[in-house]
Ligand binder design. Structure first.
Ligand code: ADP
Ligand code: ZN
Length: 754
């Protein structure tokens, strides 16, 4: 799904003066010959086409999406030098070495060079010895350097980490603001700006700050692509209180293996850690209030795999490259979708399935609102802080903590807002602060003459605008929690990912799943039905995206129709696999698999079917999901196959004659309860819940809750209502009152997930 192989045609030819021997090579050939890749990753092809056409291009791709190729490949096809501005000075040498190893001439210019080396490199650049030159942004401070570049023939000016130019980005670098000027000096070469930061507002800012939409330029082609994470399952769980949150955390940490629990505040981290450890959890804490030493130690223990779970604030993130995180759980709602996706996106870097869950409770929104107020104080708070300081400092400098200053103010609930106000007042030249080494409390002193409120250099409008923006971001995050549609789709749509359009369902998130599973009449397939389903899914997978439902059905039933033979489908390994089932059955089965989110249909005129990630898991036997199974026709073959293809689970359903006759369902528990398959998976979930419950109840023995036999009876009977429960042996009214609701919930959700 990630790769595109559509590149059999050469790119649009570059303009005549760009034609060189090399330009005649197609991008595809360069990709194979110089980079050793066979296919483009999502989005690369379109970007490269835009760059080769000489257009300004803005690329938003997540980290690891393959941004470098978007300028490195054109560098080999365009005539002239490709300049690459990158703030990652530490990585420049590696990048250059990597290119050199591929036979591509490249070099870098940054502050690690002495004057002699610098002159040497500039001279060699002039002689055209390099195809790519990496340049650190601060070099553009030097007017001499910029004028030395001016005579060069610069084919492409690539700006990596382009969000650094935006003050709204998370990594603003003033040096980037000089690039606009440099571009003018060197004759406005075509620009490619690249970033992984997907907020629409940062994107707009990049264009403005580089003046890409001015001076007669067409606005750049913008590509936002590659944000979909096909292995992540997004889930939002509504929780009413801390107890429910703790249960979910325990469940995730027990079931999920390695992962991170993100909390909004340090206090929350501390509390969660205490609770988890009390219950035997193995976890490290990480937040900004810990000493450097403590943090390094926590990070090392987590990264080395010594401890499976980290409970952390968003301070934990930079440099986490553990690829095998199986879950990211948000204990509190974060302030924006970008923050959420960045943190959740740390799960499953290895491409294996991973779980991203947000625990959502409306009351938690208050914490984020508090942060927003704190980061963006109102004019009134700033005025109040100013007056308070005048009062407090009447007798000279004061030595007071921020909290103490806040306390001495009238009507001020939020310390953080006071801290921000103090910072703004200091920057505006109203007062100065000093603190002795080793101390955390400032000495604050007013600067005389005392500035009047109107003469303070504080941009209130900007503060207000930022507050509004932050509020809007939080709103969109809350919308994520509430959204009725596919969660992954919501996120892609939020970022404006151009790939989001086709597939409005991911098939993995809670929304997609519930849509498929609450379907009337859906049930878990039996063992031999499972095999049939797997065969059908395999066929879809092999013919991935090339044929519609009709052709797939014909292939599976082994049709001799002309169109089947013409397409060579009779040579497929899945040809005729479901011959005995008949085409009506197979057609309906494919319908059911589409409804269940295992298969997607796309295209209007000639719709084709493709295997979804969920379908892949089902095909691999990793998952079993409830389906509306079509009826199989009685045929001689059916009876023969029964019993041959593995143990079939006798599902004694409630409402069955035995149950109606007054016998309790538990009486019918067969001795040969299956050791694997869907029933076993549901049983495992129940046991997991029982373990957790037993721990919460102070470590009572498991059978106090339910003995194994009752659990098995529950699995087989699949009760849906409290009345159903009472029909099961071992469950009386007291038990049903105590555990009934949870039991039913577990069974319901396990049937969905297993
Ligand atoms: P980004 O800068 O977007 O974080 P990189 O340019 O470093 O990503 O690329 C990420 C990885 O993907 C690198 O290992 C790179 O070699 C690889 N890569 C890039 N393009 C392709 C491709 N077309 N096929 C296979 N791998 C690729
Ligand atoms: Zn979804």
């Amino acid at each position: 799904m990630r790769r595109s192989r559509l590149v059999h045609h050469p790119f649009r030819k570059p303009s005549l003066d760009q034609m060189s021997m090399q330009a005649e090579l197609t991008a595809q050939a360069v990709l194979e010959r110089h980079f050793g890749f066979r296919e483009f990753l999502d989005g690369q092809e379109g970007v490269i086409r835009s760059v080769l056409a000489g257009d300004d291009t803005l690329v938003v791709m997540p980290t690891g999406g393959g941004k470098s190729l978007c300028y490195q490949l054109p560098a080999l096809l365009l005539e002239g030098i490709t300049v690459v501005v990158s703030p990652l000075i530490a990585l420049m040498k590696d990048q250059v070495d990597g290119l050199t190893a591929k036979g591509i001439s490249a070099t870098f210019i940054n502050s690690s060079l002495n004057d002699h080396e610098l002159d040497d490199r500039i001279t060699r650049m002039m002689r055209g010895e390099f195809r790519l030159v990496y340049i650190a942004p601060e070099r553009f401070k030097s007017a001499r350097f910029v004028s030395a570049l001016a005579p060069l023939s610069i084919a492409l000016f690539a700006i990596d980490e382009a969000h650094c130019i935006s003050q709204w980005g998370h990594d603003f670098r003033p040096d980037y603001l000089r690039l606009k000027h440099a571009l003018r000096e060197i004759g406005q070469p075509p620009v490619i700006a690249l970033t992984a930061t997907a907020t629409p507002e940062v994107r707009a800012d990049i264009i403005t700050q580089l003046a890409l939409d001015r001076a007669g330029r067409q606005p750049p082609h913008t590509f936002v692509t590659g944000f979909a994470r096909h292995n992540l399952a997004f889930v939002v769980t509504r929780v009413r209180n801390k107890g429910e949150k703790l249960e979910r955390v325990l469940e995730a940490t027990r079931a999920g293996g390695t992962g991170i629990v993100y909390c909004a505040t340090r206090k929350n981290v501390e509390r969660r850690i205490r609770e988890l450890r009390a219950l035997g959890g193995d976890c490290v804490a990480y937040h900004g209030g810990m000493t450097n030493e403590q943090r390094t130690r926590a990070q090392t223990r987590f990264m080395s795999g010594a401890v499976p779970v980290a409970v952390a604030t968003n301070a934990f993130g930079m440099g986490i490259d553990r690829a095998d995180l199986r879950f990211i759980l948000h204990y509190d709602i974060p302030g924006s979708v970008e923050a959420y996706y960045q943190e959740a996106g740390r799960a499953g870097r290895d491409g294996e399935p991973a779980h991203c869950e947000l625990l959502f409770n409306y009351a938690d929104i208050r914490t984020q609102e508090f942060f927003i107020e704190g980061a963006n104080p109102t004019r009134a708070i700033i005025a109040n802080t100013r007056e308070t300081l005048i009062r407090l400092c009447a007798q000279g400098p004061i030595h007071m903590s921020i909290a103490a200053i806040a306390k001495s103010m009238i009507d001020i609930p939020n310390d953080m807002a006071v801290a921000t106000a103090l910072h703004l007042l200091e920057r505006a030249g109203f007062m100065r602060r000093d603190y002795a080494p080793g101390e955390r409390t400032y000495t604050t002193e007013l600067i005389k003459p005392i500035k009047a409120p109107d003469s303070l250099a504080i941009d209130y409008e900007r503060l207000d605008a930022k507050r509004k923006r932050d509020e809007l971001k939080l709103r969109r995050m809350i919308d994520y929690a509430d959204c009725p549609e596919c969660r992954q789709y919501y996120i892609l749509n939020y970022f404006g990912d151009t790939d989001a359009g086709d597939h409005r369902v991911c098939g993995r998130c809670d929304r997609c799943r519930s849509r498929h599973t609450v379907r009337e009449g859906a049930r878990l397939p039996t063992a031999d039905e499972t095999i049939i389903i797997q065969k059908a899914l395999c066929c879809v997978g092999r013919l991935q995206g090339r044929f519609g439902r009709g052709r797939i059905t014909q292939t599976l039933v082994g049709s001799r129709a002309k169109e089947v033979l013409d397409a060579g489908l009779d040579r497929q390994s899945t040809y005729g696999l479901l011959a005995e089932e008949g085409s009506d059955f197979v057609w309906s089965l494919i319908d059911a698999l589409i409804a269940a989110g295992c298969i997607a249909v796309s295209g209007d005129k000639y719709p084709t079917v493709t295997l979804m990630p969920l379908g892949y898991e089902v095909a691999q036997g990793q998952k079993s999901i409830p389906l509306v199974m079509p009826a199989r026709r009685p045929s001689p073959g059916v009876t023969v196959r029964r019993g041959k293809s593995g143990p079939s689970t006798k599902l004694v359903r409630l409402g069955s004659p035995q149950v109606r006759a007054g016998r309790k369902a538990a009486d019918t528990v067969p001795d040969d309860f299956p050791a694997s398959g869907p029933a076993a998976a549901v049983l495992e979930r129940l046991k997991e819940w029982r373990r957790r419950k037993a721990a919460i109840m102070g470590g009572v023995p498991a059978y106090i809750i339910y003995p194994d036999k009752t659990l098995k009876a529950l699995v087989l009977a699949q009760p849906r209502t409290p009345e159903d429960l009472l029909l099961i042996r071992g469950i009386g009214p007291a038990k049903a009152r105590q555990f009934g609701k949870e039991t039913l919930e577990i069974i319901r959700s396990a049937m969905k997930l297993s």
